[in-house]
Design a protein around this ligand. Structure first.
Ligand code: GN1
Ligand code: MG
Length: 368
C-alpha cells in the first residue's frame, strides 16, 4: 500500500513532506504525516483501523464526533477553572466528505489531527509525569461524566468484563486442538494456567459490585495507558487523552486500574527481564494524588473501596487476554515474534503478583 498516495484521499492543505510509522499500538497501524505550504505546517495521524477488532468504523467515528462536541462545549464553560489548554484530536474528512476511506483491499483508513507540541511517552518519566497522568485521567472522567449515555454506542461489547475473557479462554482450550497442545507442551504455560485458576473467583469482583448496585456505570476511556496521555513539551503538563475509540459506558474503575497498571510499571509491557517488572508504589502515590484531586468531584466512598480490586483485576485481565491470544495462535494482538503474547502475559501476571503483595498499602492509599 502506497501511503503517500493513500493520504491524498484526505482533505489536508499543503504538500506532503513525509509519512512514517509512529507509536506502537497493539491493534491499529498508525502513521504520522506532515504537510507544508509556504506559511504553515499540518501534522496529522493516519490509521488503518483493525476491522477484526472494530468491525463498524462509522460507529467509532460517530462516537469520536459526539465526545469531541461534548468536551469542547464543557471546556468552554470551565475555562475559568482550568490551569491549562486541554486539547482533543479532530477528524480530518476525506475529499468527498467522509469520516474514513476504504482502499482497494477493503482496509479502512482514517485521519485525525495530531496534538501539537506534546509527547506520548511509552514509559513513565518521573513522579511529576505520573501525577500529571492522574490529573489528566481524573479530569477526562469529569469531562465525560455528564455526556448522555445514548449518544455513545458501545464499540466493543463486553470489552472490560473479565469473566467474559475467562469464558473465551476456556473455549479456546476446549475447542482449538493447537491451544491444548501449546498449553500442555510447555511447563511455563501450565504454570500460567494455574495462575489463572487461582484467580477465577476473584474475576467477578467488579461485575458483582455493579449488579448489586454498589457501583454504577459512567463513561470510561477504555485504554488509558501511559502512551495515550499527551504531555505538553513546554510546560510538562498533561494536555490531552488520545486513542478515544474505546470510550463507552462502563466502570471508571477499569480505567483507574488500567492507568496504574501501565503508569506504575516503569519496565513496560515488553520487558524481557521479569525481575524489573514491579508496581512502583511511589509512582502509584503520585498518580493517585493527581487522580483523586479531580475525582473528588464525582467519586463516592464505596467507589474508592473497589479501587484496589480494579488495579489487580485489570492487570490479571490483560495478562489473561495475552495468554489466550497466544494459545489461540495470535489472532488479536499484533506480534513481531512467535512467543510475544506469551511473554506479554508473563509480564502482566508478574505485575499482578507485585500488586497483590502491596494490597495493604495500596488500599490505605486509595481509601485514606
Ligand atoms: C491494546 O492498541 P493499543 O495498544 O492501543 C488493547 C488494550 C490493551 C493494550 C495493551 C482495543 O491497545 O485493551 O490494554 O493493547 N486495545 C484493544 O497494550 O484491545
Ligand atoms: Mg488503544
Amino acid at each position: 500500500m502506497d501511503l503517500s498516495q493513500l493520504i491524498q484521499n484526505f482533505d489536508i492543505g499543503g504538500r506532503l513532506v513525509t509519512v512514517m510509522p509512529t507509536g506502537n499500538g497493539n491493534v491499529n497501524d498508525t502513521y504520522l504525516a506532515i504537510f507544508r505550504n509556504t506559511f504553515e505546517e499540518y501534522q496529522v495521524i493516519m490509521q488503518r483501523i483493525n476491522s477484526k477488532v472494530f468491525p463498524d468504523p462509522s460507529l467509532i467515528m460517530k462516537n469520536l464526533r459526539e465526545v469531541t462536541a461534548h468536551v469542547h462545549a464543557k471546556l468552554d464553560k470551565d475555562s475559568g477553572r482550568a490551569d491549562r489548554v486541554w486539547q482533543m484530536p479532530q477528524i480530518v474528512k476525506t475529499r468527498d466528505g467522509n469520516d474514513f476511506f476504504i482502499d482497494d483491499e477493503g482496509a479502512v483508513w482514517r485521519v485525525i489531527t495530531k496534538i501539537p507540541s506534546a509527547t506520548a511517552f511509552d514509559e513513565t518519566q518521573s513522579l511529576e509525569h505520573a501525577r500529571e497522568c492522574g490529573t489528566v485521567l481524573g479530569y477526562f472522567h469529569w469531562l465525560l461524566s455528564d455526556i448522555e449515555e445514548n449518544k455513545i454506542a458501545d464499540p466493543l461489547p463486553g470489552f472490560h468484563i473479565t469473566p467474559l475473557y475467562l469464558s473465551r479462554y476456556d473455549e479456546v482450550i476446549e475447542n482449538v486442538p493447537e491451544a491444548k497442545e501449546r498449553l500442555f507442551s510447555s511447563m511455563e504455560a501450565r504454570r500460567m494456567s494455574a495462575f489463572v485458576e487461582k484467580r477465577r473467583e476473584f474475576s467477578t469482583v467488579l461485575q458483582k459490585a455493579l449488579l448489586c448496585g454498589e457501583l454504577e456505570k459512567r463513561m470510561m476511556h477504555g485504554d488509558p495507558k501511559v502512551n495515550n496521555i499527551m504531555i505538553d513539551d513546554f510546560t510538562g503538563k498533561g494536555s490531552a487523552m488520545i486513542d478515544l475509540d474505546t470510550i463507552s459506558p462502563g466502570l471508571v474503575h477499569y480505567d483507574f486500574g488500567d492507568a496504574i497498571r501501565s503508569i506504575c510499571n516503569p519496565a513496560g509491557e515488553e520487558e524481557p527481564d521479569l525481575r524489573k517488572v514491579v508496581l512502583d508504589f511511589e509512582l502509584c502515590e503520585a498518580f493517585c494524588s493527581g487522580y483523586l484531586e479531580q475525582a473528588e468531584m464525582f467519586m463516592s466512598d464505596i467507589d474508592k473501596v473497589y479501587l484496589f480490586d480494579s488495579v489487580r483485576l485489570i492487570t490479571f485481565e490483560l495478562g489473561l487476554r495475552f495468554f489466550r491470544d497466544y494459545l489461540a495462535g495470535n489472532v488479536y494482538f499484533k506480534t513481531t515474534y512467535s512467543d510475544q503474547n506469551l511473554h506479554r502475559a508473563r509480564v502482566q501476571f508478574k505485575l499482578c503478583e507485585s500488586i497483590e503483595v502491596r494490597e495493604n498499602m495500596m488500599r490505605k492509599l486509595f481509601c485514606g
